[in-house]
Design a protein around this ligand. Structure first.
Ligand SMILES: Cc1cc2nc3c(=O)[nH]c(=O)nc-3n(C[C@H](O)[C@H](O)[C@H](O)COP(=O)(O)OP(=O)(O)OC[C@H]3O[C@@H](n4cnc5c(N)ncnc54)[C@H](O)[C@@H]3O)c2cc1C
Length: 437
């Protein structure tokens, strides 16, 4: 398409890169504040980023396991306003670990009562003699909290499968997500029953469609400020100009990027800064191969199954059929299986991945034979989990400082390399707007 000269240059006060949830939340907050002079550039045809949903048959799945924690909604008036809460379906979290050829409620460290007797004995003894040292890496923190044996059976192999790195490199700044507590560990060892899983006991999902339906109302609100199919290919920080693949140039006063910060610094910004590049080169991430199966109806009530055994490629099975009443009522079931990878070349062939996934589904009794699979889809997500490495906070701080000198702010899951849920993203957006706009 040939553009007229006048169409090629667009002036705007604030340019927002990326129409994922961070970009959408910024747009909604700007409008609430009466700020209208902004544009959001999104490379895909639809906005939503990692919160987008996909359909097979009549069923929906998401980019990995998505649900909103009921406590997060209850404690944030802002979140209540920004999401469509009327059609939410909330239910008790129901997740298990597949281990010792049985299902044990997740997390294993709080439900050892259901493990074989010899495992419980070993875990109890190692808990008594667990190391008592302060530690700021995940490997030592887990052993200090729970003892070596339960780490050996579950916490280490599972986390190694997810993070694909030495657990000694991972910091503990996110471990409030890992259920802990001495009394809970001991209670779970000696008594049956479901242990309250942190604050995430109840989870919510839209009753219509997939996870993305929570945000369709917000996306609609920013419709006039959103430019889709608009991939940013170049940013000149000195001139304050961003160029898109379709040949347009956007001149801005302030820039907010929600794109992966390594991509921003290494590929998009014209003037390269070697020191900053060296910093972002230290950032680690995990990509995901998501294998989704549409199958004959299965009656499990589980929503998630955690799989530490390394003979299976998959670390987590998401039974999205159980996420809402609508999905539960359908005549077929949908399962998404998450496989982490660092480098796509490390993955086996698609046929080998499929065979391994089907073997797992059979062992989990979720399909009986290959014919139970009606359809399948394999998706690859390059930016999925920002690894919380020990030196991460300092790196991000330095990079943000550098960019801010050019009125450029980087935020969001991979903009801040932040392992955050939706409520965390919303807090970050609010903080940025309060401080800089
Ligand atoms: C597996 C998984 C499970 C999760 N589970 C939950 C959960 O249960 N509950 C919860 O609350 N949160 C959950 N989250 C977190 C939540 O999904 C993310 O925090 C949130 O979606 C991040 O939004 P974002 O806008 O920061 O990033 P993204 O969604 O990555 O958005 C970035 C956007 O930038 C666009 N883009 C990239 N490059 C360019 C370019 N060059 N030009 C223009 N646009 C570009 C992308 O297309 C994308 O739309 C989960 C996340 C993952 C990955």
């Amino acid at each position: 398409m040939d553009l007229q000269e006048s169409e090629k240059i667009i002036k705007v006060d604030t340019l927002i890169l990326g129409g994922g949830i961070s970009g959408v939340f910024i747009g909604v907050e700007f409008l609430q504040k009466g700020l209208h002079d902004f544009l959001i550039l999104e490379k895909e045809e639809l906005s939503g980023g990692l919160c987008r949903s996909f359909k097979i048959g009549n069923l929906y799945y998401d980019a990995g396991a998505h649900a909103l924690h009921k406590k997060a909604i209850e404690s944030s008036e802002k979140l209540q306003k920004i999401i469509d809460i009327n059609e939410l379906y909330c239910q008790k979290r129901n997740a298990s670990v597949f281990i010792f050829e049985r299902f044990i409620p997740h997390p294993l460290q709080l439900h050892l009562f259901y493990a074989p007797l010899w495992v419980r004995f070993k875990c109890f003894m190692s808990y008594l003699v667990r190391p008592r040292i302060a530690s700021n890496d995940l490997l030592n923190w887990l052993q200090t909290k729970f003892g070596k044996q339960v780490c050996k059976y579950f916490l280490f192999p599972y986390n190694e499968k997810v993070w694909k790195t030495n657990l000694k490199n991972i910091s503990v700044n996110w471990v409030s997500r890992v259920s802990s507590g001495s009394s809970k560990f001991l209670k779970g060892l000696f008594f049956s029953g479901d242990q309250n899983y942190n604050s995430n006991e109840y989870v919510c999902y839209p009753n219509i469609g997939g996870f993305e339906n929570l945000f369709l109302g917000s996306i609609e609100k920013i419709h006039d400020n959103l430019v889709v199919n608009s991939e940013v290919t170049n940013i000149d920080l000195d001139k304050k100009e961003a160029t898109t693949r379709d040949g347009k140039t956007y001149q801005y006063r302030k820039l907010v990027s929600t794109l992966p910060v390594d991509l921003l610094v290494k590929k998009l910004i014209t003037k390269k800064n070697d020191e900053i590049i060296t910093l972002v080169d230290q950032l680690e991430k995990v990509s995901t191969c998501l294998v989704t199966f549409l199958t004959t109806k299965h009656s499990t009530s589980l929503q998630r199954i955690y799989v530490p055994d390394k003979k299976y490629l998959v670390q987590r099975v998401i039974i999205n059929s159980n996420s809402s009443q609508y999905l539960k009522k359908q005549n077929e079931s949908i399962f998404s299986l998450e496989i982490s990878y660092k480098d796509k070349n490390d993955l086996p062939s698609e046929i080998a991945i499929l065979c391994n996934c089907k073997e797992l589904l059979k062992d989990l009794d979720m399909i009986r034979e290959d014919n139970d699979v009606k359809e399948y889809k394999i998706d690859f997500f390059e930016y999925m989990y920002p690894t919380q490495t020990i030196n991460l906070e300092n790196i991000i701080l330095e990079v943000k400082r550098y960019l801010e000198d050019y009125d450029c702010y980087t935020i969001g899951r991979f903009g801040s390399w932040n392992y955050a849920n939706i409520d965390g993203i919303l807090n970050e957006v609010t903080e940025l707007i309060n401080q800089k706009f």
